[in-house]
Design a protein around this ligand. Structure first.
Ligand SMILES: C[S@@+](CC[C@H](N)C(=O)[O-])C[C@H]1O[C@@H](n2cnc3c(N)ncnc32)[C@H](O)[C@@H]1O
Length: 324
């Protein structure tokens, strides 16, 4: 089945669907840096322009729409304006496309906060618009550490909408799975990284606080303006798009080579991108940190995509039986 990807970023949702056996044929993304990373890893057509300028007639036919539309408008850290915010309106750009293209399945991902935004109105509008276009909708908040076997605390809302009612009935979100992976599977503790990742007496005004508090190699830490926060659960906190900028710190780890922040590669690792996922060599770290924080936890997407595939297959099987 053919997949079209909107707000594709670096292709985390695309990777999950590809891993589940779907064929991503087309994508759209505005940010040229994200597009560079995407292109290193995917062969399909990527149109780099504002979705507002994408004409429906220029998009090839597809069966599945995937979109992690920008969440700033819905995020606690964002503006809390919902659809009044320009970026909140981008959902309506998706609506413009799915109303005409009528894909069999629509997969949407967003921050958990979308559900409660504006007393639930924002979310209600999204569900209403999907239903009005003929879709049957299921939705669930899943945490990556419970559903992706990956030690990141990252709760996201997933919306899966089906045109066909039988397929909708066959679909269930995946069950939780045991977390067996640890930070050590994603963080290269023993390798000496470039000096710029390390906190030292000379480079950091809060080094003494770090030295005092950062002592456990099994967990991650965050510098919170005036104090060090230890993540007690041996998880990495939600990676965010603004980490590495203006006081928003990249998670910190205690390693044999010193106290340091995650490298961009480690951020992509802990979003579940495989080791073979390529990062552009000459791209500034601020872009790479942003791209990782903006993305999705690939194994969670893959598990949902597998459930979608199973639902489509079962519905087709029952349809054939009916005919026979
Ligand atoms: C939350 S991120 C989605 C990231 C993606 N799911 C991934 O795995 O990397 C939202 C993306 O939408 C893009 N974007 C924002 N406004 C856009 C617009 N008007 N048209 C197209 N893309 C846009 C941003 O550059 C960003 O990459």
């Amino acid at each position: 089945m053919k997949v079209a990807s909107f707000f594709a970023g670096v292709g985390g949702i695309d990777a999950g669907f590809k891993n589940a056996g779907f064929d991503v044929i087309w994508a759209n993304e505005l940010d040229k840096h994200a597009a560079t990373t995407y292109r290193l890893n995917f062969d399909n057509e990527l149109v780099v322009k504002d979705i507002n300028e994408v004409e429906v007639r220029d998009i090839p036919d597809f069966d599945i729409m995937i979109a992690g539309f920008p969440c700033q408008a819905f995020s606690v850290a964002g503006y809390r304006k919902g659809f009044e915010d320009e970026r909140g309106n981008l959902f309506f750009e998706l609506e413009r496309i799915f109303k005409e293209k009528k894909p069999q399945v629509i997969f949407l991902e967003n921050v958990k906060n979308l559900v409660g935004h504006d007393g639930g109105n924002t979310f209600r509008v999204i569900l209403e618009r999907l239903k009005k276009a003929g879709y049957h909708v299921k939705k669930e908040v899943l945490n990556a550490c419970e559903y992706g076997n990956l030690p990141q605390n990252r709760e996201r809302i997933y919306i899966v909408a089906f045109l066909d009612e039988r397929t909708y009935k066959e679909f269930e979100f995946p069950e939780p799975i045991k977390l067996t992976h640890t930070l050590k599977d994603y963080i290269d503790y023993n390798k000496k990284q470039d000096d710029k990742y390390y906190y030292t007496e000379n480079s950091c005004g809060f080094y003494n606080e770090l030295k005092e508090n950062v002592k456990n190699p099994d967990t991650t830490y965050q510098w919170r303006r005036v104090y060090v926060r230890e993540n007690k659960s041996n998880l990495c906190p939600t990676l965010t798009a603004n980490m590495g900028t203006g006081g928003h710190n990249v998670p910190i780890v205690y390693t044999p080579t010193g106290i340091r922040k995650f490298t961009p590669r480690e951020c992509f690792n802990i979003m579940g991108f495989g080791k073979d996922y390529k990062l552009p060599k000459d791209m500034a770290n601020t872009h790479l940190y942003k791209q990782a924080g903006n993305s999705v936890v690939v194994p969670v997407i893959e598990r949902i995509a597998n459930e979608i595939k199973g639902a489509i297959d079962r519905a087709a099987f029952y349809e054939r039986k009916k005919v026979v």
